[in-house]
Every structure is written in C-alpha cells, then in structure tokens.
Design a protein. Structure first.
Length: 244
C-alpha cells in the first residue's frame, strides 16, 4: 500500500475512536521514549539499598526538576504504605475473632504509651532494634518535656517527640522492588498543578507541555527506582455498530 493510501486507511480507522494520526503518533512516541528510558541511568548513584531519605537527597542533586521528583517520591512512599496497610487489614479480617480482639487490645495499649515507654518496650522485646531505641532514648534525655507544661502545650511536645520517634524507629525500606495499588493518574492527581497562559501545565514547580508528559515523567521516575505502579485500568471497549 502506498503511503498516501496507508495514511487515509489509518485516519479512517482512528476516526471511529475520535482520534487523529497526530494523536496516534504522539501516543506511540511517548511509548517508545518510555521503553528507551527503562532501567536506571548509568552513574546515577541510585542503588537498591538506599532508603527513601537517601533517594530524596540523591534526586535533589541530580534532577533538573528536583521539586517535582521529590514530591512524586513522597507520593510513592505514601501510596506504598497505604497499600500495605490495606493488605494488612484485609488479612486481619480472615483471622478468628479472638485474634482480632487481641490485636486491637495491643494497638490500644501501644497508643497509650509515651515515646519513652515505647522505646523501653522495644529494648526489652527486640535486641536488633536496640540501637534505634537507644538513639531515641538519648534524644528524649536531651530534649525532655518541661515539667511545668500542661494541657495543649504538653500535647504538642509529646507529638513532637513522636515525630522524632518515627524517624528513628519506623522502617524506611528502600523502594526497589516495592509496589503500590496506585496508578500514575493517582500520583498525578495528588500533585499541585495549574494551567499556564501558554497552554502548558505547571506541576510541582516544573513546566510540562501536557498532562501526558507529566505522567511520562512519573512513569520514568518509577522505572529508575524499580518501583512498580499498578497498570492503568483499561476502559471498556466501545463496540461500533455497522449500519446495515
């Protein structure tokens, strides 16, 4: 088939879906660019053993869109932990009622602990966590809650201590090989964005030509970090009835 005939045939087939040859070309070029960028860039300095904090520091040094990349990385972590929590809740629902009541009781007991009591419990329960717990105890010793604080002021100080406890004690596993039930659209929708007068899109301080380009950047970042996003849900195919 000659090029002109091929173009007409392709345009005819795309018209049924409300698309043009330009739409198809743009889509396929994005697909090829995404395949081309698969895998981590050489000499990026990113390794599978880095935790989330280390990755943020690395991205700030290497990226020409540092704010965007860090915000996307934050969403990756948030979505990953949300997925894990949903899976844990689903698994717990399969347990006998007595086990569920025991889990709820333990959680209530832990919620009533102060950071110092929590650190003590970890030291007694888990020898492997001693270094982190001792670091927290040292922090609490150096930053005690003033004895004269009461009410809301005391609550604010306790919350401040808990934030420090989370930094030292919560696991910060590397994203390599991790996954989430979120799709790229979920990440994109959670970012700060606005349309510019020139028709472009400003997403977390970085200018993109379109939403599709921003989505490609999200996919590219996930690929570089070996972090798996859930695939885009397919729309039901529209069956086109031929006229008799």
């Amino acid at each position: 088939m000659k090029p002109d005939g091929m173009a007409r045939e392709c345009a005819k087939r795309l018209k049924a879906f409300g698309k043009t040859i330009k739409d198809a070309t743009d889509f396929y070029i994005r697909h090829l660019n995404r395949k081309k960028s698969s895998g981590r860039p050489k000499h990026s300095g990113i390794t599978r053993y880095m935790d989330w904090q280390q990755l943020q520091e690395r991205l700030l040094k290497l990226s020409h869109r540092a704010r965007f990349d860090v915000k996307v990385l934050d969403r990756f972590e948030t979505e990953m932990r949300g997925t894990q929590a949903k899976q844990q809740r689903a698994a717990e629902q399969q347990l006998p009622r007595a086990n569920i009541q025991l889990i709820e009781q333990r959680r209530a007991e832990q919620a009533a602990l102060t950071p110092e009591q929590f650190a003590e419990r970890i030291c007694k329960r888990d020898g492997a966590a001693n270094s982190a717990a001792n670091a927290l105890k040292q922090y609490l010793k150096q930053n005690p809650i003033p004895a004269n604080l009461e009410g809301e002021q005391r609550e604010r100080e306790i919350k401040k201590q808990w934030r420090e406890a989370e930094k030292l004690l919560l696991p910060m596993t590397a994203p390599a090989g991790r996954f989430t039930d979120a799709i790229a659209t979920d990440i994109f929708n959670a970012l700060e964005k606005r349309e510019l007068p020139n028709g472009r899109l400003l997403v977390e301080g970085h200018e993109f030509t379109s939403k599709e380009d921003a989505m490609d950047a999200i996919h590219d970042l996930a690929t570089r970090l070996q972090f798996r996003l859930k695939k885009q849900r397919r729309r039901p195919r529209t069956v086109i009835q031929k006229s008799a």
